[in-house]
Design a protein around this ligand. Structure first.
Ligand SMILES: C[S@@+](CC[C@H](N)C(=O)[O-])C[C@H]1O[C@@H](n2cnc3c(N)ncnc32)[C@H](O)[C@@H]1O
Length: 206
């Protein structure tokens, strides 16, 4: 899907994703000391807005202008005075991140589903924009979800298992803190289902 197709998808509905943050994002970030973060391919900003509520200052980008506009308006209504701690930008996640190198304590890539080469560029941008000692948090639909899980994209080329993330991180200055597949329960019209997500946390080397 390109930016225009994402724009059409966002324009067709009031809210495409949930209001709440992704459960794994919340689990990983809650214990961390708030600082500066970048959320790449942030969509409507469910994770970025939640992070501001937790005390973080966040730059959140997406290449869909419709998503970014919605993120700005959700942030204004949810965050009030704190909305100034969220900067929402239109930007391509495969390009160097908006604030340049070593600018953030944390970078988030949440359900950015791109073919391997483009995804590798986004991971490189995320690693570059995190300071030494900072974290890169990756959550995405697992490759295994296609055969063993529920929902998500149906093209294997945009899915990634933990070992594929680690392969793509090869040569980057990071240490792996966790790389696992997690189950995410989903309520569907046909009852409860389980989606399989890849969850990876990398620490930028000192
Ligand atoms: C499945 S949504 C996830 C949104 C958000 N991270 C979340 O978890 O709610 C994927 C998002 O990636 C964005 N996206 C895809 N490719 C991108 C790229 N190359 N640069 C920036 N955003 C991109 C889409 O516009 C879309 O908003």
């Amino acid at each position: 899907m390109d930016a225009r197709t994402w724009d059409e998808r966002y324009a067709a509905s009031d809210l495409v994703w949930s209001v709440e943050p992704n459960r794994f994002v919340a689990e990983i970030i809650t214990p961390l000391k708030p600082g500066h973060a970048v959320d790449l391919a942030a969509g409507e900003g469910r994770n970025a807005i939640w992070m501001v509520e937790q005390g973080w200052t966040v730059v959140a980008s997406d290449y869909s202008p419709v998503a970014v506009e919605r993120m700005r308006s959700l942030a204004a209504s949810r965050l009030g005075d704190r909305a100034s701690r969220l900067t929402a930008l239109v930007a391509d996640a495969t390009q160097p991140a908006p604030d340049g190198p070593a600018a953030h304590d944390l970078a988030l890539l949440c359900y950015l589903q791109l073919p391997a080469d483009e995804w590798r560029q986004a991971l490189r941008a995320a690693v570059e924009t995190v300071r030494p000692g900072g974290r890169i948090v990756v959550v995405g639909h697992a490759g295994r979800n296609l055969t063993e899980g529920w929902g998500g994209p149906s093209e294997r080329t945009v899915l990634y298992d933990p070992e594929e993330v680690l392969e793509r991180a090869d040569g980057l200055p990071v240490t792996v803190e966790q790389a696992v597949i997690r189950q995410r329960p989903v309520e569907t019209d046909d009852g409860k289902r389980v989606a399989l997500d890849t969850v990876v946390v990398l620490r930028r080397d000192l």
